[in-house]
Write a protein that binds this ligand. Sequence first.
Ligand SMILES: NC(=O)c1ccc[n+]([C@@H]2O[C@H](COP(=O)([O-])OP(=O)(O)OC[C@H]3O[C@@H](n4cnc5c(N)ncnc54)[C@H](OP(=O)(O)O)[C@@H]3O)[C@@H](O)[C@H]2O)c1
Length: 289
Amino acid sequence: MRILLFGKNGQLGSELEHRLPSLGEVFVLEYPEIDFNRPDTLPEILRRVRPDIIMNAVAYTNVDKAESEPEIARRVNAEAVGEIACTARELGALLVHISTDYVFEGNKGIPYVETDPPNPLGTYAASKLAGEEAVRQAGCAHLTLRTAWLYSRRGDNFLLKVLKWAHTYPVLRLATDQIGNPTAAHLLAETIVQLLARPLKDLVDHSGIYHLAGEGSASRFELGLEILRNDPHRDEQVAQSILPATASEFPAQALRPLNTALDCEKIHRVFGLGLPNWREGVRQTLRDG
Ligand SMILES: NC(=O)c1ccc[n+]([C@@H]2O[C@H](COP(=O)([O-])OP(=O)(O)OC[C@H]3O[C@@H](n4cnc5c(N)ncnc54)[C@H](OP(=O)(O)O)[C@@H]3O)[C@@H](O)[C@H]2O)c1
């Protein structure tokens, strides 16, 4: 089995890089060898590698900056993905592509299922939805995995920000009305590897979109408390109080959906897979990481 991984330096990609070799021969390509901002250069690279599986963990993920760089976000998150998907079809490869809970507008009130209509609020979210659609339109075998609120011990994420704030400021204010599925990057990577260990035909036969994120949802406030509780340097925290706030108190360049809790039942039903509860993800990342 030949597996091509795009995006080894990212939160998810770095967790995949050392797990994928258990499945076969892994080819890892990273910027500047590959540049998703130049989508037309990608098919030739894929034809050279001829992978059986293309694992795409690359994305333009800066949600706020995307508002001022919409062309780049669209090229990286949609056009490049479309080129990869068309070439996957030509080569008969399976494309595993990562998408986001942000394709939803966040007003449903109960967890979103895969068949709910998307309605992205910002430029990043719209570019990710366009990527999903490009994959579907290309007609290649694909698993489009929508995940949410990714964090790890590296990168730019809420977990690291909360820890930094708690060691800097006496009072933290965290939103109680912004809700999602916190997802530990290492657990997502482990589950993707379990998924890809199944017979390729089984994966191809079940092509489609799946929600795959930490089990259960949480507000930013609840997540923050859990992070602080599991901080290995808890005794050095400066923060004395964590106060509830509303998301509207933290205006940003991009609009963000309020409640994008994902229902991950489909991937359980089809493949018998899922992630542990989000609290377990926080605990493992901070205590065992
Ligand atoms: N982070 C979240 O909270 C979240 C939530 C839901 C869904 N997702 C999705 O999950 C996936 C993984 O996210 P992540 O948090 O692991 O992302 P990340 O840490 O930001 O990593 C993104 C990767 O993409 C690479 N990249 C960006 N622009 C590129 C370009 N023009 N050419 C080649 N490579 C480029 C980056 O390389 P450099 O490091 O060299 O820039 C990095 O390796 C993405 O599809 C994302 O949309 C993320």
